[in-house]
Design a protein around this ligand. Structure first.
Ligand SMILES: NC(=O)c1ccc[n+]([C@@H]2O[C@H](COP(=O)([O-])OP(=O)(O)OC[C@H]3O[C@@H](n4cnc5c(N)ncnc54)[C@H](OP(=O)(O)O)[C@@H]3O)[C@@H](O)[C@H]2O)c1
Length: 266
């Protein structure tokens, strides 16, 4: 569905809200739609006002004029803000990025008549490379509308709401996991003789190349691409096996499971 002539409001322009804002600015979607962003400390938003975005601390006014309202505040801030904007929320398409707040709970907060979609993106929104998982009870039309926002900011997938905690770990926290892997390989490169910027450049592009082989290549399984670079008795297989002896795959899986346990305790 094409997104045109809509007023979009983001309540809570912090890390995530601003990543969405930056991605939308880059996407060109704001040529046909209007964006309002809110937070209490407005001075942090001043640079965005210069780019044609409405900035305000008045959540009620921002929601009143909106067709689509995206909540990107911390979960504990939600009920206070809902109380603040409740009387002007009716009829809006509501999107929540709040970690751990299930669709059923959201629906209770905003009222059963309102249309609610849950979205779990990551901060690569800012560079239009997010993986955004979406769960919803809303109509196909509303779901497509939400997908049309997030698909200009990366890729989208619609999943069951029960899988949203797992999606948060794999996709949203996943950004930190992959960044740490890039950092670690960069440090290894420095030990092998590169200066830091060179090592980081090589690590980043190699990481992107590996992902692109799976995303754009003909063969979708990582192991068959690994087979192509591991000569028998060679240096790659020696290094790879040493990493596995030290528990690389196991550490990653255990880390994901630990994050998942933690998120379920929150
Ligand atoms: N960061 C991620 O990678 C990520 C990924 C997926 C989902 N999420 C979820 O997305 C939500 C936002 O995460 P975040 O990392 O962006 O958090 P954050 O940086 O703390 O942003 C929340 C923003 O809400 C604003 N805020 C607080 N009270 C407000 C109010 N009454 N009215 C308007 N704005 C208000 C805060 O600014 P002021 O203090 O100036 O008001 C703050 O900038 C969280 O629920 C998080 O679980 C985050």
């Amino acid at each position: 569905m094409k997104l045109t002539n809509k007023n979009i409001t983001i309540i809570g322009a912090g890390n995530l809200g601003l990543s969405i804002t930056k991605g939308l600015l880059k996407s060109g979607l704001l040529h046909q739609n209007k964006l309002t962003i809110t937070r209490r400390k407005l001075d942090e938003l001043e640079p965005f006002a210069e780019k044609g975005i409405t900035i305000t601390s008045n959540n009620k006014e921002a929601v009143q004029h909106a067709d689509i309202v995206l909540f990107a505040v911390q979960p504990q801030q939600l009920s206070g803000i809902i109380n603040e904007v409740n009387e002007v929320l009716t009829g809006k398409l509501i999107i929540s990025t709040l970690t751990g707040v299930k669709l059923k709970v959201l629906q209770k907060h905003v009222g059963s008549n309102n249309r609610v979609v849950r979205a779990m993106p990551n901060t690569a929104l800012a560079v239009q490379q997010s993986m955004t998982c979406i769960s919803t009870n809303a109509s196909k039309e509303d779901t497509e509308l939400v997908q049309s926002i997030f698909s200009v900011l990366g890729k989208t997938i619609v999943i069951e709401d029960e899988l949203m905690q797992a999606a948060t770990v794999l996709g949203a926290s996943g950004i930190a996991f992959w960044l740490r892997l890039i950092r670690a390989t960069t440090q290894g490169g420095i030990q092998l003789g590169f200066d830091a910027p060179e090592a980081q450049k090589i690590a980043i592009q190699t990481c992107m190349g590996a992902a692109s082989l799976l995303q754009n290549g003909s063969n979708a399984h990582p192991e068959s691409e690994i087979d192509k670079v591991t000569t028998p008795k060679g240096c790659t297989i020696s290094g790879l096996n040493e990493m596995e002896h030290k528990g690389m795959s196991s550490a990653l899986i255990q880390g994901l499971v630990t994050s998942f346990k933690k998120i379920n305790e929150l």
